[in-house]
Design a protein around this ligand. Structure first.
Ligand code: ADE
Ligand code: ZN
Length: 316
């Protein structure tokens, strides 16, 4: 039996199948030179190139209709992997540039597309992009606060963790919290254990995107475990981007053994040649995860999901 899966960390643009992006580029006459390898996969060699290629691919996503079509394509991939609930990072920066009225239209297009697929529940986490700076983040937080509700349930931050500090974005996270949104931020993917400490202290998030570099600070590992701060771990992403040189060196199992609440996600699956089924297969292969561990991790994800209790009950 395949275990129903819950995914908490998926960037909607980063989940775009390359053929989908190429199709839109052709429709719109956009030149995407440098974005793809000859075999059609996304082309990058390190994280900064990844971010550049990601943003270039986004240039064909020109309006709400494109984001609606993207949502359908992404959720269909997730359904194939046995995912019954997913939280997607949605960025106003790519959806109207931070204008609340425009964002509302993009959001409705994604919500409507998701509602047509009864096999899966989706929630949106509005996401600011760290390397775009605190002012853009405030605009994203405003979009989030204005649309907080059944579909938009969280606020987060992605992008280049080496730019600025987590605390530079405290104003935006505070605004989102006041609007009733749940909070997560990318930390400890590139910025080390200290970045995770900053996220917990300065942004008061309840979940951390990645968070794996916390492993380098024993007291922090204990703190995460004690305070039940949930990690959205994306092992395939970390290995593909070179955060860890191979699966064997990845700390997910050590973190779990030390009592940290870990969940498993794909981040940007086509970029990293992965999907959620492959992630669990590799966790089985490298760390001996069997069905009971997979079930345990998905219960953790259900409990940590940014959804209402009635939805959570259905996931548990
Ligand atoms: N945006 C999309 N994928 C990301 C990642 N792995 N880290 C930071 N920002 C991202
Ligand atoms: Zn991410």
């Amino acid at each position: 039996m395949t275990i129903p899966k819950i995914e908490l960390h998926l960037h909607i643009e980063g989940a775009a199948p390359p053929a989908f992006i190429r199709g839109l580029a052709q429709e719109k006459g956009v030149n995407l030179t440098g974005v793809f390898n000859e075999d059609g996969s996304y082309k990058f060699e390190d994280f900064s190139q990844f971010l550049r290629v990601y943003e270039a691919a986004c240039t064909v996503l020109t309006g709400p209709e494109e984001f609606g079509r993207l949502t359908t394509a992404v959720l269909e991939q997730s359904i194939e992997q046995g995912v019954i609930y997913t939280e997607a990072f949605l960025s106003p920066d790519f959806c109207g540039g931070g204008d609340v009225g425009a964002w509302r239209e993009y959001m409705h297009a994604m919500q409507e597309a998701a509602a047509k697929l009864p096999e899966i529940e989706m929630r949106g986490i509005v996401t600011c992009i760290r390397h775009f700076g605190p002012d853009k983040a405030k605009a994203a937080a405003r979009c989030a606060a204005e649309t907080a509700g059944d579909f938009i349930t969280g606020f987060g931050m992605g992008g280049d963790e080496m730019q600025g500090k987590q605390g530079d974005f405290a104003y935006s996270f505070h605004m989102a919290r006041e609007a009733g949104l749940r909070l997560t931020t990318h930390a400890g993917e590139w910025g080390g254990a200290d970045s995770v400490r900053q996220a917990v202290r300065d942004l008061e998030v309840e979940r951390i995107g990645h968070g794996v570099q916390a492993i380098d600070d024993d007291a922090l590992v204990d703190h995460l475990a004690e305070h039940e701060i949930v990690l959205e771990v994306c092992p395939g992403s970390n290995v593909a981007l070179g955060v860890y040189s191979d699966w064997h060196s990845h700390p997910i199992e050590t973190l779990r053994e030390r009592g940290v609440l870990v969940t498993v996600s794909t981040d940007d699956p086509p970029f990293f040649h992965t999907n959620l089924g492959m992630e669990y297969d590799l966790l089985g292969h490298h760390f001996g995860w069997e069905d009971d561990t997979v079930r345990e991790v998905n219960v953790t994800a259900a409990k940590a999901a940014f959804c209402d209790d009635a939805t959570r009950e259905k996931l548990l």
